[in-house]
Design a protein around this ligand. Structure first.
Ligand code: ADP
Length: 491
């Protein structure tokens, strides 16, 4: 079984339907499948053997699915990389994965060439028409190369909880089942659906929950090169988007844009929003549901779990603040539970084989056959899970545990707050002190003292942030997740 064979089956059934679209350019399923087959022929011609790693460093665009499925079709392993990586980081990715080829968008190809210097990796720079030109000599699509269920399909680099990025080895079965289950039982996706791909496809969330789910059923993927709330609102209307998958900062931005101009665009076709990747503040969830009149379902996942592990399901009441219940065939449990909170561990068909070339890190990641997520969680009497926080983000102030997320939720209740992040600062006697960075909504008139008092009135005295820094926007990673480690507090 090869994940790329899924595309071939969908193309046989829905060949005439649009598979992927960006800015007026589109590929039907028949065209996408043929192009992937020709990429496989090109790779084989270039000496790429099954199991070889091939890097793809591209922003969202039509080339991404063509290359991704083409690499898989040749039996090779796709290594998606963020096009914003710098040469030092690229050197780590190509060295660690031993990639034989790296397809790099022209905007990042010079950096890629520097990164690949002295390695065995050949960089293939891609300008707008390069792929078409490269494929001109390979008109006969290669058939999907047979792959075993546990053969690695994709290496997804993730920082995990510590250290340099490690390549999570996801198998064809991992990715296929995660896409099938997400498409059919979570999203109930049909070929009539239009899913907005504003998450980067090189990241696990966009890859499975936008691209692979669309391919699993023959739905249409409408891409955005980068997320912008006003563009997203316009695309919802112009493309008749039915499903939106995003991270919480995207929802917060959409909500702010929508509130500023309630009548600007109509999102009448939208039927479902999916959130994951970071904690979705309850205020934001409720705000989006009210503004758009559709359910927002939150789930939990990580690169190592393909990524979907649990979700609020359409056939059960969704609980704000909860990441729902495990998906079919996946088990969750909590270890080292204290006061109802323990480390969330995952077991099931979605869990990676291990970290590529790192048996030690792989052993550390698993506890008795369960993948330890590094996230603290609790579970309620109905079996719904709640992410309390990342283990490493827990603040211990004078011996008391402060979960940043709890304090962030309170900050989000303040009408002037657009984004909030609570972090621990080193403190000579307490060990750590609680601090917060807040980006106010555009035009909001609020002071740090006002926000501090707002939280002080609502939580126990040891939890409220003594220092609050106001910023225009909080630093974010490629997916739009807030990067707490990049927030600095001056003396
Ligand atoms: P990272 O963000 O660490 O680079 P991933 O993209 O694999 O790597 O993200 C996985 C992590 O994202 C999880 O371990 C968890 O901390 C966080 N996460 C994902 N979904 C949620 C959620 N719904 N609520 C809170 N945290 C989440």
């Amino acid at each position: 079984m090869n994940l790329a064979a899924r595309l071939t089956r969908t193309a046989a059934e829905h060949g005439h339907r649009i598979a992927v679209e960006l800015g007026g350019n589109a590929l039907t399923y028949a065209e996408l499948d043929t192009a992937a087959g020709r990429v496989a022929a090109l790779l084989t011609h270039r000496g790429v053997a099954p199991g070889d790693r091939v890097g793809v460093m591209l922003p969202n665009g039509l080339d991404f699915p063509v290359l991704y499925y083409g690499i898989l079709r040749a039996g090779a392993v796709a290594v998606p990389m963020n096009p914003l990586l710098k040469s030092r980081e690229i050197a780590h990715y190509v060295g660690d994965s031993g990639a034989v080829l790296l397809f790099a968008h022209q905007a990042c190809s010079a950096e890629a060439v520097r990164g690949a210097e002295g390695t065995a990796t050949t960089v293939v720079p891609l300008a707008t028409d390069t792929l078409t030109e490269l494929l001109a000599g390979h008109t006969v699509p290669a058939a999907p190369h047979p792959r075993a269920e546990d053969d690695t399909a994709v290496l997804l680099y993730t920082s995990g909880t510590t250290g340099a990025p490690k390549g999570a080895e996801l198998t064809h079965a991992n990715l296929m089942r995660n896409a099938e289950i997400s498409a059919r039982s979570l999203i109930r996706l049909t070929p009539e659906d239009v899913i907005l791909g504003c998450l980067p496809l090189f990241h696990t969330f966009g890859q499975t929950c936008a691209m692979n789910v669309a391919v699993a059923v023959g739905a249409r993927l409408t891409l955005m090169a980068r997320f912008d709330p006003a563009d997203a609102l316009r695309t919802l209307q112009d493309q008749g988007v039915t499903v939106f998958a995003g991270v919480p900062t995207m929802y917060a931005a959409l909500l702010a844009a929508r509130t500023a101009q309630p009548e600007s665009y109509d999102a009448a076709t939208l039927r479902l929003c999916l959130s994951g990747g970071a904690a979705l503040p309850v205020e934001v969830l409720l705000g989006v549901e009210k503004a758009f009149g559709v359910p927002v379902l939150e789930g939990f996942g990580m690169s190592e779990t393909s990524p979907v592990a649990c979700f609020n399901h359409l056939d059960r009441p969704r609980k704000p603040g909860s990441v729902g219940t495990p998906i079919e065939g996946v088990e969750l449990r909590l270890t080292d539970v204290r006061d109802g909170v323990g480390e969330l561990c995952v077991r099931g068909h979605n869990v990676m084989k291990g970290y590529f070339g790192r048996p030690g890190a792989t052993r550390e990641a698993f506890k008795d056959g369960w993948l330890a997520t590094g996230d603290l969680a609790r579970v309620d009497e109905d079996g719904y899970y709640y992410i309390v926080d990342r283990k490493k983000d827990l603040i211990i102030r004078g011996g008391f545990n402060v979960y940043p997320r709890e304090v962030e939720e309170v900050l989000y209740e303040h009408p002037a707050v657009a984004e909030a992040a609570v972090v621990g600062l080193p403190h000579p006697t307490l060990g750590e002190e609680v601090a917060a960075a807040v980006a106010p909504r555009p035009g909001a008139d609020v002071t740090a003292d006002e926000l501090r008092d707002f939280v002080r009135e609502r939580v126990a005295p040891y939890k409220y942030p003594r220092a609050i820094k106001l910023m225009e926007a909080l630093p974010k990673g490629a997916t739009g997740k807030i990067l707490k480690r990049e927030i600095t507090f001056g003396a």
